[in-house]
Design a binder for this molecule. Structure first.
Ligand code: GLU
Length: 549
């Protein structure tokens, strides 16, 4: 009996690997094209780190006219959740990240290199496991879970490296006859890789992000096919990324330490390994401690959070580019109107250690992004968000014409308003402009310098009776507030007031504040001239009446 017989005994009806090598030919792409993927497990609640990886992967594939595909890694079927694949697909597509190949629904896919769901690739993995067994590079292992556990405890007590290697790799030493006996008598087994490595030797490796690293060789006989016939992550990675023509494996840096094993698998299978690109995780500052963003502790770790808050996908992507390449910020400063698609992302400039997630900065990006939107676009996005998340806002937005007028205030000019960072800010930023909402609530008027009831009434009365005219242009409008100030004994210019403070009760700015607070019950609003034009005289009058009382 030889290895070939053993392989046939274990996998009698499995194709030879020539079949698959032919079925998935080398991709015909131009020199330098990057073929890469995102390979999440369908465990529910997509993590922002997964989105980040997919975003980076898609961007570099696009930049090089390569291919970006979505592979679903569902070999750990205990961790799967219902609808998990759809959740991943829509998390990506909500951010405009659409794979060129891969799963497009729970069951459908597109592309010539599939199946793109690992549980559908069982025979493929088994073909390659069979191939390794034929060459004496893999073997069946009959150790039970209890035996493995006992071994682990012994290793721990003796303070030696844990694992299935060297003298501990018991089944490695069985003869082919012994193995086939056991199989024939119905003993349960899994398949292990026979590692040719030695722990006392080092390998040198170049990671695209981490740079040159060296590791001890792998000497563990890791499991490649589990009891359920499905592969482990390591084996599936090697087989899939080989057959799918991946040139760059972009993944989280928790896998960096597995590189020695992965290189060994590629080598023993006779393949050229891909380039490895290990991305540092997004971190969080937790009371001075830096830790990974956690789905359990941090709401912002879930991709769904951004949609719920209404942070525009463009802002999130732009922020992720900030994290990815530190030169992005400079690029943005000098290319204010360009789409982020024009920015050339460089993998080797990504940070080696994890960047801190900065919500303030993200919201700042959100403000900038939204400030460039037309009022129609703001309306549409806010409306779509409100449909899902805020009934009251939706009700306000039913008055489209009026809403558009509000959104047009200080928009479309050189210095557009920047008071909206996310769609959940919109209600607060427009609600006071709606009379029915404004009048239905008791407002809290925080007058500032001029805060005496009589002075306030005088200003409001005189303004509406003598000075306000809906047709005035902005200069005339402002000149009139100056006039009014003068008439009531306030300085018409701030300068004047500062020169002779004893001569005046207050100045034109303080008068404007009275008008602003009376109109909106706020001290901070966009341009008051525009606000008045949108409100119209009737509303202004009514607002003044209420403010006086
Ligand atoms: N399923 C693995 C994970 O979610 C994928 C790692 C990889 O991209 O190879 O971590």
């Amino acid at each position: 009996m030889d290895y070939k017989d053993l392989a046939n005994l274990i996998f009698p009806d499995i194709n030879g690997i020539e079949y698959y090598e032919k079925k998935y030919p080398k991709r015909n792409l131009k020199e330098g094209a990057i073929v890469t993927r995102v390979a999440p497990s369908p465990t529910g609640n997509v993590h922002i780190g997964t989105l980040y990886q997919g975003f980076v992967a898609k961007k570099v594939a696009k930049q090089t006219e390569g291919v970006f595909f979505l592979r679903i890694e569902d070999t750990d079927q205990k961790r799967e959740v219902e609808n998990g694949i759809n959740q991943i697909i829509s998390a990506f597509s909500n951010f405009g990240i659409v794979p060129d190949e891969g799963m497009i629904s729970e069951t459908e896919e597109k592309g010539e290199y599939g199946p793109y769901k690992q549980s559908k690739r069982k025979e493929i993995y088994q073909a390659y496991a069979k191939y390794l067994i034929e060459q004496g590079k893999a073997y069946p292992c009959f150790c039970s879970a209890e035996e493995i556990e006992q071994m682990r405890q012994k290793q721990e007590q003796a303070k030696i490296r844990p694992g299935y290697y060297g003298v501990w790799a018991k089944c490695r030493k069985l003869s082919i006859e012994e193995m086939s006996e056991k199989i024939k008598s119905g003993e349960k087994y899994i398949i292990r890789f026979k590692s040719p490595g030695r722990e006392d030797r080092k390998i040198k490796h170049h990671d695209v992000i981490k740079g040159n690293v060296d590791f001890p060789e792998n000497d563990q006989d890791i499991v490649i096919i589990k009891a359920d016939g499905l592969p482990t992550y390591h084996f599936a990675h090697a087989v899939d990324d080989h057959l799918m023509g991946t040139t760059h494996v972009i993944r989280g840096d928790e896998w960096l330490s597995s590189v020695p094993l992965h290189l060994q698998l590629f080598h023993e299978l006779g393949w050229k390994p891909p380039k490895y690109v290990h991305i540092a995780p997004i971190m969080k500052n937790d009371n001075g401690n830096k830790r990974k963003l956690s789905k359990r502790k941090d709401p912002e770790a879930a991709v769904s959070y951004y949609a719920e808050e209404g942070i525009p996908q463009e802002a999130v992507k732009e922020y992720l580019l900030n994290i990815a390449n530190s030169n992005f910020e400079n690029w943005r400063r000098t290319n204010q109107d360009k789409s982020i698609d024009e920015f050339e992302l460089q993998l080797n400039k990504m940070s080696v250690s994890g960047a801190l997630f900065d919500m303030v900065k993200l919201l700042d990006v959100g403000k900038n992004v939204i400030s460039k939107y037309s009022s129609e676009k703001v309306y549409e996005e806010a409306y779509n968000w409100a449909k899902k998340y805020d009934e009251e806002l939706l009700e306000l937005l039913q008055n489209k014409e009026y809403s558009l007028k509000i959104f047009s205030i200080e928009r479309g000019n050189k210095k557009p308003r920047k008071d909206i960072a996310k769609w959940s800010d919109v209600k607060n930023s427009i609600i006071y402009m709606f009379d029915e909402k404004f009048f239905s609530k008791k407002q809290d008027y925080q007058y500032q310098i001029i805060n005496n009831k009589e002075d306030i009434s005088k200003i409001l009365n005189l303004y509406i009776e003598k000075y306000y005219n809906q047709e005035d242009d902005k200069q005339t409008w402002f000149d009139k507030i100056k006039e009014l100030s003068g008439e009531l004994g306030y300085a018409k210019e701030v300068k004047e007031f500062k020169a002779n403070p004893e001569k005046y009760k207050a100045h034109v700015g303080d008068v404007s504040t009275v008008l602003r607070v009376a109109l909106t019950a706020r001290t901070n609003t966009p341009d008051m001239y525009e606000i008045m034009r949108v409100l119209g005289k009737e509303s202004i009058k009514k607002r003044f009446e209420i403010a006086k009382n």
